[in-house]
Design a protein around this ligand. Structure first.
Ligand code: FAD
Length: 407
């Protein structure tokens, strides 16, 4: 192959480009990105980037400089350029009036924030997905905004933690009766959400938002379905994300909760692969298609997709135990595995009460998940067990050993 085109200039796109050079690809590489910025890291946007800083100015979490893209990776950057279509017969990506031919294409367009209907153009209402979003949110926090977070998910909760750390008034609203059901399974969300209450952030569950109130185009508050009104200068909408596949509509690439691909990250269309938040790929370890929105798998998928594109004679399936982390207040939350389980059992500490606790997820007679709050030294051990299909008994044995060791 002579020409690699990667669409989406973020984590997965960057890792794809790096992997191609590392794996000896000598052809031409074009990296196409809708944002104006060089690829930057998203997790810090709702964490360190929002922290109070002595000198006021946070660093942009860029991965690389423009020079290293051009000189070290020999990549042609097309930034501020959104792909608008794909012609798989002619093998080219369409970017407005321009067409970019490819031999290999990696789709890495990630996901965009889901927005709340009727809030477009209201000043002070933000999602948090991009650097531009984070700048606006940071500015609002700096000016002491009364903050309302809609959706008690990970990103919204991280923003709430930061607002709280700054001593600002902050309320989190969750429409479901318990938070984080989809992310970590029923039962555990309440235990995690206890961090909000313990740190003095108000959390309202089981109540919807009826209206965002505004005056002269600026947000003034949030009206709840039960009639209550919460005054606000900043509203963070954290209600999930949508895979960025609009540009592929009508192309030969199958869309089904993102870009549908096999265990090799291949779409079935010659030369076309996907990686990252946009990819709904077959994870053989759990015998299911999954579209993860996690940092680690996005990076790994990109390099797996490149290997399979460059070595069609020896493709390797990509399978993983999903992993993500999130930082709330001064606690680190980590989850490995899958959330549907026959049983979730606390094995260390009391969920929702102790500063450190660990819970394990059982499916049949196997361990299939683990959730830890401040359990950095143990979570990857459980991940290893899940990876090799260890039994539930073995997982409990490990938990028991740890208890003994901890005295
Ligand atoms: P994205 O990062 O979404 O990037 C896709 C890029 O493609 C974007 O730059 C977009 O503009 C571009 N694009 C879209 N459409 C087009 C188009 N048509 N043409 C050209 N370009 C296009 N994960 C964790 O595991 N732990 C965390 O603590 C954590 N924290 C996070 C905090 C925040 C605020 C956010 C937003 C995400 C967080 N994540 C976290 C998730 C993690 O950042 C993502 O999994 C990761 O960014 C996925 O990378 P990606 O390259 O697949 O997609």
């Amino acid at each position: 192959p002579r020409r690699l085109v990667v669409v989406g200039a973020s984590l997965a796109g960057l890792r794809a480009v790096e992997a191609a050079r590392r794996q000896g690809f000598e052809g031409r590489i074009t990296l196409i990105g809708a944002e104006e910025h060089l690829p930057y890291d998203r997790p810090p946007l709702s964490k360190a980037y929002l922290d109070v800083l002595d000198d006021g100015d946070p660093q942009i979490p860029s991965f690389r400089t423009e020079d290293t893209f051009r000189e070290e990776l020999r990549v042609e950057l097309m930034l501020g350029a959104a792909a608008t279509g794909l012609d798989t017969d002619a093998r080219c990506v369409i970017v407005g009036e321009t067409t970019v031919p490819y031999d290999i294409l990696v789709i890495a367009t990630g996901a965009g924030a889901r927005s709340l209907p009727g809030t477009d153009g209201i000043d002070g209402v933000h999602a948090l997905r991009t650097l531009d979003d984070a700048r606006a949110v940071r500015e609002a926090l700096e000016s002491g905004a009364r903050t309302v977070v809609i959706g008690a998910g990970f990103i919204g909760s991280e923003v709430a933690s930061n607002a709280n750390k700054r001593g600002l008034e902050v309320t989190v609203i969750e429409a479901m009766p318990t938070p984080l059901v989809r992310a970590i399974g029923a039962g555990m969300g309440t235990a995690i959400a206890a961090l909000h209450e313990q740190n003095g952030t108000e959390l309202l569950c089981g109540v919807g938002v009826s209206k965002i109130l505004s005056d002269a185009g600026r947000v003034t508050g949030v009206e709840l379905a039960d009639g209550r009104v919460l005054p606000a200068d900043l509203v963070i909408v954290g209600i999930g994300s949508i895979p960025a596949t609009e540009w592929l509509t009508g192309s030969a690439v199958r869309l089904d909760n993102g870009v549908f691909c096999d265990e090799y990250l291949a779409t079935g269309v010659p030369g076309v692969f996907a990686a990252g938040d946009v990819a709904n790929w077959y994870n053989g370890l759990f015998d299911r298609h999954q579209r993860l929105e996690h940092w680690t798998s996005a990076a790994e998928q990109a390099s797996a997709a490149i290997h399979n594109a460059l070595h069609p004679e020896s493709p390797k399936p990509y399978a993983t135990v999903p992993y993500f982390w999130s930082d709330w207040y001064d606690s680190r939350i980590q989850f490995v595995g899958v959330t549907d389980a026959d049983e979730i059992r606390p094995v260390e500490g009391a969920p929702g009460a102790d500063r450190r606790w660990v819970a394990l997820y059982r499916t049949g007679d196997r361990i299939t998940g683990a959730l830890a709050v401040n359990g950095q030294n143990v979570i990857m051990k459980y991940r290893m067990l899940i990876m090799r299909g260890a039994s539930w008994a073995e997982a409990l044995e490990l938990a028991e050993k740890r208890k003994v060791a901890a005295g």
